[in-house]
Ligand binder design. Structure first.
Ligand SMILES: Cc1cc2nc3c(=O)[nH]c(=O)nc-3n(C[C@H](O)[C@H](O)[C@H](O)COP(=O)(O)OP(=O)(O)OC[C@H]3O[C@@H](n4cnc5c(N)ncnc54)[C@H](O)[C@@H]3O)c2cc1C
Length: 515
């Protein structure tokens, strides 16, 4: 261990207490593990208790040149979890900063620290009477809204674009200073929590998908619970119907009929919600014909789409009429359901799928991580933790124009490559901004099967390469895909590097992450 590293550890211990500088081999090995193969080694886990301690940790990193890698709740599953891009970082684990700092029922917003989980926020909102919804993210109740926003993650309600709505960041800079963005940085501003557009350059954007600062609080707008939510489910027969359905849905988004995030997924994606790999029927990979047959046996179509309608009963009825008129004829079947009809429906795989999506559309607490256990032979535990359980799972994501033709072509590219590599090509896309679809190609494997880790990374790289050659670039990078940022034009990369050099001259914040 170098003198600088030993000095940093000694000073961190003095700043936040021995017990919160963790160096035991088991804890480090856990933090070095994600849902695919990695080789990076971690120096320590730092667990500060408050913003002052975060600032102290960062100052020490700057003074000694020993880097830190901030994580909030640390469940960045499918994208690298807590593993830093470079060896020798101390993971700055912010989970002890777990306070809800402020709640405004009138203006419908909440200010949270990094350690506040979805579960905690959901419970808190229910305790306040449930009039306001959070927008839930699909992975696990133990992930958090702040960490998810740092990665520009998404949910499916009308507030699904997390980074588009969050504001008032509190950021610890590399020199330990504390920056407030927007009106939060204008002393006494009465708009601090609701208006990011203070005069001058907009700073929030610098701190997501970057390594320019450590974010220690953000304000999140909450969606007023509508009087009624109805979810429409579309059974889609195949690629031709998928293309027309997506084009029809674009019009419904652009004219405001559908304010939720419309979602479309193939049969692999949808059966993965309600079952594991059918070992009793086939060896991997599950071929498309058998996947379609299994979907049909469970009342599910080759493709499924969803969109939720919000408002008063009269508003929802009017939106429903418009939606049915636009979508009828483009798909095989449309079914509309809500809390009342779901409660009365007999249990079936189809109903279970409907319950899961309706929960996502109504500000519910989601727990989808078990889906990643698709290829594991043992049942997924209730407290699913893919890192711990050697579950293989990876995202190849891509930004697509909201056009049926792009989606159909992209999913075909992904399916061909992923099946060729021996995995099941799950594909979904959703819209959190009216003109764009976020495509998510995923596949799961068992990390205990020799060779699968290597094949999975090769499949990822090949899908990403083919996506890019078609002009479909990623919208979020994981540890496995950080190299894809090199596709940006040199002047864009130089500009980002110049901002990094100005804000973090010693390069001690998450080196190698995005910038
Ligand atoms: C089955 C499954 C379903 C999923 N569904 C969704 C979904 O619906 N929507 C979605 O968006 N994602 C989804 N994910 C991906 C991922 O699990 C979530 O995005 C999750 O919210 C990220 O983990 P986290 O919230 O614990 O964030 P963290 O892991 O804490 O943070 C994510 C990253 O942001 C950076 N970061 C974190 N905190 C800070 C900070 N305070 N300052 C600076 N940088 C920071 C770090 O680089 C960190 O690695 C899914 C994953 C799986 C396996």
């Amino acid at each position: 261990m170098s003198a600088a590293t030993a000095g940093a550890l000694r000073r961190w211990r003095a700043a936040i207490g021995d017990a919160h500088v963790v160096t035991d081999a088991t804890a480090l090995a856990a933090a070095e593990t994600t849902t695919y193969r990695t080789a990076q080694r971690i120096l320590a886990l730092l667990r500060p208790a408050d913003v002052a301690q975060v600032s102290a940790c960062v100052r020490i990193a700057s003074a000694t040149g020993v880097p830190v890698y901030p994580v909030s709740t640390g469940r960045n599953w499918g994208y690298g979890s807590r593993v830093p891009p470079r060896d020798g970082c101390a993971v700055l684990d912010l989970s002890r900063l777990d306070r809800i700092l402020d709640y405004d029922e009138e203006l419908c917003c909440v200010t949270v620290q990094p350690g506040v989980t979805q579960e905690r926020l959901h419970r808190f909102l229910r305790e306040q009477g449930g009039r306001l919804w959070m927008d839930g993210t699909g992975s696990t109740p133990h992930a958090g809204p702040l960490g998810n926003t740092m990665e520009r993650g998404f949910g499916l309600t009308a507030y699904g674009d997390h980074v588009g709505r969050a504001c008032a960041y509190e950021v610890v800079l590399a020199d330990g200073e504390i920056l407030h963005t927007g009106y939060r940085g204008w002393p006494g501003s009465r708009s601090a929590r609701v208006d990011r557009w203070s005069p001058g350059p907009q700073l929030d954007g610098l701190f997501t998908q970057s390594n320019f600062g450590v974010v220690t609080a953000i304000t999140i707008p909450l969606m007023p619970a509508p009087e009624l939510t109805q979810t429409a489910m579309f059974d889609i027969a195949g690629d031709a119907q998928l293309a027309t359905a997506i084009d029809a849905m674009r019009a419904l988004q652009l004219d405001g009929t559908v304010r939720s995030a419309p979602w479309f997924g193939n049969h692999y994606r949808v059966i993965g919600v309600v079952m594991r790999f059918p070992w009793h029927r086939t060896a991997p990979p599950l071929r498309p014909e058998l996947a379609a047959a299994i979907a049909a046996e469970n009342g599910l179509a080759p493709w499924t789409g969803y969109a939720a309608l919000y408002g008063s009963a009269a508003q929802v009825a009017a939106s429903r009429r418009r939606l049915l008129a636009a979508m009828r004829g483009t798909v095989r079947r449309i079914e509309v359901f809500d809390d009342t009809t779901l409660a009365a429906a007999p249990i079936s795989a189809r109903r279970n799928v409907q319950v899961a999506i309706h929960r996502a559309y109504t500000g519910g607490l989601l727990n989808a991580a078990q889906r990643a256990y698709w290829r594991k032979r043992d049942p997924a535990p209730a407290d699913a933790d893919p890192d711990r359980d050697r579950v293989g799972f990876i995202f190849v994501n891509t930004s697509l124009p909201f056009r049926g033709d792009d989606v159909v072509r992209a999913q075909r590219v992904a399916a061909e490559v992923i099946l060729d590599h021996g995995f099941e090509p799950s594909f979904s896309c959703h819209s959190i901004r009216e003109r764009v679809l976020q495509g998510l190609s995923t596949f799961a494997w068992d990390r205990d099967v020799p060779g699968d880790d290597e094949r999975a990374l090769a499949a990822h790289d090949e899908v990403a390469r083919r996506f890019i050659s078609n002009g479909w670039y990623p919208f979020r990078l994981g540890l496995h895909s950080l190299h894809l940022r090199d596709h940006a034009e040199p002047v864009q990369r130089r500009t980002v590097a110049a901002i990094k050099a100005a804000l973090d001259p010693a390069g001690i914040l998450a080196p190698g992450r995005y910038a």
